[in-house]
Design a protein around this ligand. Structure first.
Ligand code: SF4
Length: 428
């Protein structure tokens, strides 16, 4: 069922249609896969069922054999005799874990779907356990339940659970906080670019080390590296931080505008930022030219999945010459997407939410050259001769910033060039 709910008053904004229905998106537990890579001394203890353990082990199979930093405390029937028993069991599992792993500096208790787990107040359990293990590490809880979260919302919940632990910043100190998980290599590049602009008071949240918590207060300027952190932003704003409105650092234009928005807070003009970053911009333009050849003029449909859809659509249309048929996103936060909506303009049709059957019917009717979607949907579409790109790959791959522009375009070009090779192969 769908309904047009908002046509932004400015004629230049996209129309937004909402859909409610079935969705096929990974649950928030999936975010542990990239969060545990980023926060290197954190441990994620999922309080869940065998299904949850299976999801994590199959999704992150390789990791489990290396140095596992996540586990599942499975609450069986026996544990459910009473809530008191559940809490005792959890305390026992945590104590054993911390004894075995003195290197853990942050423990996340991660909630899941089973009704017994939902009844268990993990936030309270985290507070209780924090009292027991006071100076050793920080403990917080968040939900990764598929009933409450999609995979990118899992990260939002995780970061929001850390906000109360951030130290208070002195009133007068103006610092920049970049929010959203990015690869270490991107952090290094961004730090270099900020330094070229003379901005050195920069924190990244989350940081690579759990103890490295940025301070927050009225002098904090927050800029987002990822668009799916609504609850984290609300929690930071409540602590006095100011959100900088910017597009996302995807593509050359997005990245430049992102740096310009941040630097404006330090009094730099857009022109001076462009000048200071001229070398990486020129390098990115050169590297993008080749990938663009395979994308130019091809049609694209986004099914709702990662919440990265709007900035990616803007990049692929404006910098790669693709033609957008539909851009769907599971949730649309108008504030966090304000700059992207402006850039997309009135010609784009945006769908918020998901009604899988009708979305697939539209894909089948328009037969786009490329459909960006979840893994579960990709196979059936491929079987029907449609080319797909898994949106979850865009979370695992470093795609932000100037130096990654060609890689980002390449992720979309690959399924199309593979198709051409197959066509050529079948003719020869
Ligand atoms: Fe566990 Fe629920 Fe995710 Fe399934 S959807 S893996 S039960 S949290």
């Amino acid at each position: 069922m769908s309904q047009v709910i908002a046509r932004a008053d400015a004629d230049s904004m996209p129309s937004v249609t909402t859909e409610r229905g079935e969705r096929a998106v990974f649950c928030g537990l999936t975010s542990i896969i990239w969060l545990h890579r980023r926060i290197q001394d954190a441990f994620f203890l999922v309080v869940g069922s065998r299904t949850c353990a299976h999801l994590l082990q199959s999704a992150a199979g390789v990791m489990i054999f290396a140095e596992p930093r996540f586990a599942t405390a499975i609450l069986g029937e026996r544990d459910l005799a009473g809530m008191a028993d559940c809490h005792e069991e959890l305390d026992r599992v945590v104590s054993e874990l911390l004894e075995r792993r003195p290197d853990i500096r942050r423990l996340f208790l991660v909630g899941s779907c089973p009704s017994e787990v939902i009844k268990l107040d993990l936030a309270n359990a985290a507070t209780r356990l924090q009292g027991v293990h006071e100076n050793r590490l920080r403990i917080s809880a968040f939900s990764g339940s598929g009933i409450e979260t999609t995979f990118t919302q899992g990260e939002d919940q995780c970061l929001a659970s850390m906000v109360p632990d951030l130290p208070a910043a002195p009133e007068e100190s103006q610092r920049l906080m970049v929010v959203g998980t990015i690869a270490d290599i991107i952090e290094d590049q961004f730090r270099r670019h900020f330094a070229q602009l003379g901005i050195t008071d920069v924190d990244f949240f989350p940081a690579a080390r759990a103890d490295n918590l940025p301070s927050v207060g009225p002098g904090t300027r927050v800029i987002l590296a990822q668009p799916y952190v609504s609850d984290t932003v609300s929690a930071l704003v409540k602590r006095g931080a100011k959100l900088i409105s910017a597009p996302y650092p995807l593509g050359i234009e997005g990245t430049l505008a992102w740096f310009q928005a941040a630097a404006a807070e330090w009094g730099h003009s857009p022109e001076s930022v462009q000048e200071a970053l001229a070398i990486p911009i020129a390098r990115a333009q050169k590297s993008l030219a080749k990938a663009r050849e395979s994308l130019q003029g091809r049609t694209l449909h986004f099914l709702p999945d990662s919440q990265l859809e709007l900035p990616l659509a803007r990049f692929l249309r404006d910098e790669c010459g693709m033609s957008l048929i539909e851009v769907a996103t599971p949730f649309l936060d108008q504030t966090l997407m304000a700059e992207e909506l402006k850039r997309l303009g009135s010609e784009v049709s945006i769908v918020e939410g998901s009604d899988l059957d009708s979305a697939l019917a539209r894909v089948r009717a328009s037969r786009p050259d490329l459909t960006v979607c979840g893994m579960g949907i990709a196979n059936p579409l491929e079987a029907e001769g449609l080319r797909t790109k898994w949106s979850i790959e865009l979370i695992f791959t470093p795609i932000q910033g100037f130096d990654q522009v060609a890689d980002l375009a390449g992720l979309f070009a690959r399924p199309l060039t593979r198709e051409r090779q197959l066509e050529v192969g079948s003719w020869s």
